[in-house]
Write a protein that binds this ligand. Sequence first.
Ligand SMILES: Nc1ncnc2c1ncn2[C@@H]1O[C@H](COP(=O)(O)OP(=O)(O)O)[C@@H](O)[C@H]1O
Ligand SMILES: [Mg+2]
Length: 396
Amino acid sequence: MAEKKGGTDSDVFLAFVTDAESERVLHEVSYSDLGLKPVIMKGDLEDAQRYLKVNRSPKVLLVDVSKSQLPISDMARLADVCEPGVEVIAIGHVNDVGVFRGLVNLGVRDYVVKPLTENLVVRNISAVQKGAVPQQATSFLGAGNVVTVLGARGGVGTSTIAANLGWMLSDTLHKRIYLMDLNLHAGVLCYFFDVSPLPGLVDLLGPEEHIDMSMVEKAFVSHTDRLSIATAQLALQDHFVPQVSSLKKTLSLLGQSSHYTIIDCPKNLDFNLMKTIVAESQVLIIVCDLTFLSVRDTARYLDLAKTVGPAQQRIFVVANRVGEYKKGEFPQATFEQVVHRSVDHCLPFDNAGVLEALNKGQPVSAQAGPFAKALPGLVQLLIGRELKAKKKGLFW
Ligand SMILES: Nc1ncnc2c1ncn2[C@@H]1O[C@H](COP(=O)(O)OP(=O)(O)O)[C@@H](O)[C@H]1O
Ligand SMILES: [Mg+2]
């Protein structure tokens, strides 16, 4: 597999077309004048999908939807394997405003009805190169989401869930993920993947004016080409207060080259910072157990989200370590009554798999066991659709 870091292969124009005439037209274009290298192939949406599963996404992707019965849903599937930041032009033979709108709503830059002309290709590529805003200012499906995982009490499994969500989204769904551990004195996320942390996370939260993509690269270590992790381990005596404006800038940079930035938010984080994170998160996952010790802060975090969270924020209350105690744990319904909110997902106590995976520096979700079995349900909630089993026996 080609090395995939954040973002796209910044100078490649990749095309998959089904007919010889479109292929001929594409070969006429002078790509060097447009600052791009062409890769032109005969093929349809499925071929494009297969190719992009194992190769870097180009800067501009032109894809032929004319053989597809359901171009919009097929294009949505293609988006699943694309890296964030790719600009997509669709071509097809159906002159239908519904198809046009559907594709544009997905973040496709333009839908061109055949016959393709050199001029149309040049015009679209030039618009991308000049940074012109597309018809619909949406990135090609779902880039730039911030997911914050917040524990109602310590030890409840916040970091475990953040790490394993990140791993599943990247491994199973080919999403580009940044995992950011905001426990700056005692970060742990790197342990879940057996990687050594890079030193740059603190700089990303320091003076705002220096923050740029090169600093992101110094803070996030790559576990795979789609999953990068930032963890800090400041000395106990080091006093450091992250700046709110820097955190915002960092999140916006991460959003430009990822599908999801997952924040492991420690309980003792400075409240202004916690408010900012909650306000910047499209998704908030409150992790609790079903004990009375989780009640107070589950309710408080729900209130905080109500006060500062964005209007469309999706909030999930996730009960972890369920079944750990023989006595004293609330039945789920009782817990729900007390916090005035339903529990969206339960993850069972797994007295073998979870800690063992952490000791080995391997994601739990790569193993069998009750926690690994229940995790895909949470991923499904997050992405809003069912997961298809990749390998028999991996998920269910
Ligand atoms: N569902 C579970 N079953 C068993 N052990 C778990 C489960 N979830 C987390 N753990 C273990 O609990 C401990 C604390 O988890 P961690 O994710 O560090 O919690 P937090 O970040 O909320 O403090 C770790 O040893 C982890 O392996
Ligand atoms: Mg933690």
